[in-house]
Design a protein around this ligand. Structure first.
Ligand SMILES: NC(=O)c1ccc[n+]([C@@H]2O[C@H](COP(=O)([O-])OP(=O)(O)OC[C@H]3O[C@@H](n4cnc5c(N)ncnc54)[C@H](O)[C@@H]3O)[C@@H](O)[C@H]2O)c1
Length: 351
């Protein structure tokens, strides 16, 4: 392992950037040396809070900085592709927020470019920090569940109803997520991307989808100031997996009573498992063997896995595989693309 510290720059210093900064500033082997935001006050305050020497409103300055090894892209979705391609071109390692891009073409281009330049590239599917998810994948691979028949996955939020995270009517960080013109692909692009990754990581690839998206009316004229509220806020995806299983994957901002819940149940002809991140990231429930006759469930506490920030730094320092990578980000984006097509054309679409 290289003894050198990995020098990181963070682009976009809004809500999620604090997670990045907290993770890297508390990690041995990493140092945040630069921050960039289009809002000068915001980036100055951010840099002061985390003792970051360089604060700039110029992304070119940060990305081109000689003393930088890696960048985190934590800007709204529509700017990910441009910034990532620029950083890759400069030879920087990249941790990009999800969704990797706003369409498959851009995501695939980012993946190809990152591979070609040989940099470490990751997409921040942050719920991959669940040890239970890795155990689920192992159980399926080992045949403990038999042939998978049925899958139910949901990501439930309620910030359109609850003010627990602030008031979406007045805060830009929520309003851009509701507006196509501001680069959002709606709840499907925002959290649907997480739950598609979460379901398909253990179950395997998706073969076809039949998706219904809906943007409920939320304000007079469905507009607040410059924000036209047209991006979907509920997604229901009927899913056929390549292994033959059928299932449903849902994502919504209208799940009153749930702040941020991810749930996954996987049922095979010999056993079943379920994960709820509300309970514990490292807890899994399963029903296998004779218990399948009585529908009795057991609970196991499983080993934690490193979070994605640690994997990123380790990948840079040691050359270890850092996943989920851009290729995976693009694969998930392809499923989303099929969902948008299915909704628009009201039919099943092969992925
Ligand atoms: N992995 C996760 O679980 C997770 C959670 C929340 C958000 N996110 C992702 O993180 C990204 C940012 O989300 P957020 O909630 O922090 O949004 P936010 O609106 O709070 O912050 C975005 C920041 O980027 C700045 N910005 C916009 N364009 C820029 C540009 N071209 N260059 C530099 N700065 C720019 C804005 O001024 C703002 O400060 C989104 O892609 C979102 O999907 C991921």
């Amino acid at each position: 392992m290289s003894s050198k510290q990995v020098r990181i720059g963070i682009i976009g210093t809004g809500g999620m950037a604090h997670n990045h900064a907290q993770a890297f500033t508390s990690m041995r082997g990493a140092r945040v040396v630069g921050a960039c935001d289009v809002l000068e006050d915001r980036v100055s305050q951010f840099a002061a809070a985390y003792d970051i020497p360089l604060a700039t409103t110029d992304a070119d300055e940060l990305i081109g900085h000689r003393d930088l090894d890696a960048v985190c892209i934590v800007t709204p979705d529509s700017s990910h592709a441009g910034l990532a391609l620029q950083a890759i071109h400069e030879g920087k390692h990249v941790l990009c927020e999800k969704p990797l891009a706003v369409n498959y073409k851009d995501a695939a281009r980012m993946a190809r470019s990152a591979k070609r330049e040989g940099i470490v590239h990751m997409v921040n599917f942050s719920y991959r920090r669940s040890g239970a998810l890795y155990r689920a994948r192992k159980m399926i691979e080992s045949g403990a569940l038999g042939d998978i028949r049925h899958v139910e996955a949901s990501y439930l939020q309620s910030w359109l109803v609850s003010k627990a995270w602030g008031d979406w009517r007045t805060e830009a960080q929520w309003l851009w997520r509701l507006s196509s013109q501001h680069g959002s692909r709606g709840v499907l692009g925002d959290i649907g991307v997480h739950i598609v990754d979460f379901a398909t990581f253990p179950v395997g690839p998706v073969k076809a989808v039949n998706c219904r998206l809906k943007a409920f009316r939320k304000a007079p004229g469905n507009r607040i100031g410059e924000y036209k509220l047209d991006a979907n806020d509920t997604a229901v995806i009927q899913t056929e997996f390549a292994n033959g299983a059928l299932g449903s994957i849902t994502a919504t901002r209208w799940a009153t009573g749930h702040a941020n819940s991810l749930n996954l149940s996987i049922h095979g002809d010999r056993g079943a498992l379920r994960i709820s991140l509300d309970d514990d990231y490292n807890r899994i429930e399963y029903c296998t063997g004779r218990s399948t006759q009585t529908a009795e469930w057991k609970t196991a506490k499983v080993r934690a896995v490193p979070d994605l920030y640690r994997r990123f730094v380790k990948g840079i320092r040691t050359g270890a595989t850092a996943e989920p990578d851009f290729e995976r980000g693009a694969e998930v984006q392809k499923v989303l693309e099929a969902c948008f097509k299915s909704d628009a054309e009201d039919c099943w679409v092969r992925v």
